[in-house]
Structures are given as structure tokens and as C-alpha cells.
Design a protein around this ligand. Structure first.
Ligand SMILES: [Ca+2]
Ligand SMILES: [Ca+2]
Ligand SMILES: [Ca+2]
Length: 218
């Protein structure tokens, strides 16, 4: 197997997602009286990016996805990204991490795949088998100390697991004004983990960061 990291999302879809996230953020701000910043990332394959987040203004909402596409049969799948998340506001914030909208896409079945896979629609969202075979790991680096905080897969039903493990395993999610942390999201599998059932399959997902205002000084 091999991996390509490719933006399959049309500009229209990106705009639509942008609008959806924007509306969601406004809804949260009005109902919870908290300012919230939502950013999602689209990059993959061990690149580094910076998220400038502020809890003072609901700005900077972007909607991006990561796509892992299975295009071959001979090598391992692996990739990842490190984000530097900065609180550029003047209020302390609590950082949340999540993976949403996991879409395991079938992309049809070729001849050897059809022998072992009975869900073969195209695009067949939810019918792909690639994500359940990909192990993911999230590492938080704070004050030069790296801690593994999440272990999961990219199976469709795993979306809620990321946020749950983040909250359970990150003892202090606070980022003070001017502070920053690094978050690394990595995924991998090997060519012994699966067979022809993943041919032409792909998996898309959104990595979501939220920095919410800390009230009461906690
Ligand atoms: Ca299938
Ligand atoms: Ca398949
Ligand atoms: Ca397929």
C-alpha cells in the first residue's frame, strides 16, 4: 500500500464546510456565552502547521479535511501532522481536540476486491474498509514533554473516541495568553493488516481544535 495526500475536496465543499462551522460557532457563542474558535486542518504526511487561536473573538474558522487514499498494494500506509497551537488572545483558554466526520469511502470494488468485499458502491460513503485498519496516535507536547494521549483507529464509529480520550488523558488543557502547545496526529498500518478488501478505498476526516474560554480561573 502507499499513501498520497491529496485534497479531494472541491472549493465549493470547502466553502460549504466553512459556512457550517461558522454557523455552529455562532450558535455556541450565543447559547453558552463563551467564545469559541474552531479550526480544522487539511494537511498530512508529517508536515507542521501553526494554529493561531484566540478565545476573545470567534474568528479564524476554517474547514479542512485530511484524506488518506489507498492507491497501491506494496507498502505501508503512514502519515501525520504536527500543529503548533498558540493562544494569541488575552484570555486563558482550554484546548479541546477531536476527529469528526470520519468517512470511509469505498470507491467501488475491482475484481480481486469484489471477491472479499460485499459492500462495493461508488463512492460508497461508509462502505470502505481502510479506516478500521489504520491505527492513529495523538501526542501532546507541552513544556518540552511529549505525552501520548490518544490511541484509536479511523473506523467510522471512532469519531467520539478522540475527544473522550483527549479529555480523559490530558491533565491540564489550559493554554495561557501567549502560550502554545504542539499536537502530533500520526497514522499507520502495515501491509499484513489487511487484504484486497481495502483496494481503492479511502478515508477522509476532519481534525478539529477548539479553544474555549476558561471561566472562574480554572
Ligand atoms: Ca466495502
Ligand atoms: Ca473495500
Ligand atoms: Ca474499494
Amino acid at each position: 500500500m502507499s499513501i498520497i495526500n491529496k485534497n479531494f475536496i472541491s472549493s465549493n465543499l470547502v466553502r460549504n464546510l466553512f459556512m457550517i462551522i461558522g454557523v455552529a460557532a455562532v450558535g455556541l457563542a450565543s447559547t453558552q456565552a463563551l467564545f469559541r474558535d474552531v479550526e480544522q486542518s487539511q494537511q498530512g504526511v508529517f508536515v507542521v502547521g501553526t494554529l493561531d487561536m484566540s478565545v476573545e473573538e470567534p474568528n479564524g474558522q476554517v474547514a479542512e479535511s485530511i484524506v488518506v487514499n489507498n492507491v497501491g498494494e506494496s507498502s505501508n500506509i503512514q502519515g501525520g501532522k504536527t500543529w503548533v497551537v498558540r493562544n494569541v488572545g488575552s484570555l486563558p483558554g482550554r484546548l479541546n481536540f477531536g476527529v469528526d466526520n470520519i468517512r470511509n469511502i469505498e470507491n467501488g470494488c475491482n475484481e480481486p476486491e469484489a471477491l472479499v468485499d460485499v459492500t462495493c458502491s461508488s463512492p460508497g460513503v461508509g462502505e470502505g474498509e481502510l479506516g478500521q485498519n489504520i491505527q492513529t496516535q495523538v501526542t501532546l507536547t507541552k513544556n518540552n514533554t511529549a505525552t501520548q494521549v490518544i490511541l484509536a483507529t479511523l473506523a467510522t464509529d471512532q469519531a467520539g473516541v478522540y475527544k473522550e480520550q483527549w479529555i480523559a488523558n490530558v491533565s491540564n488543557r489550559k493554554i495561557p495568553p501567549g502560550g502554545s502547545v504542539e499536537v502530533t496526529f500520526a497514522w499507520q498500518t502495515d501491509n499484513y493488516a489487511f487484504g484486497n478488501e481495502v483496494q481503492s478505498d479511502s478515508v477522509m476526516f476532519d481534525v478539529v481544535y477548539e479553544l474555549e474560554q476558561i471561566t472562574g480561573g480554572v
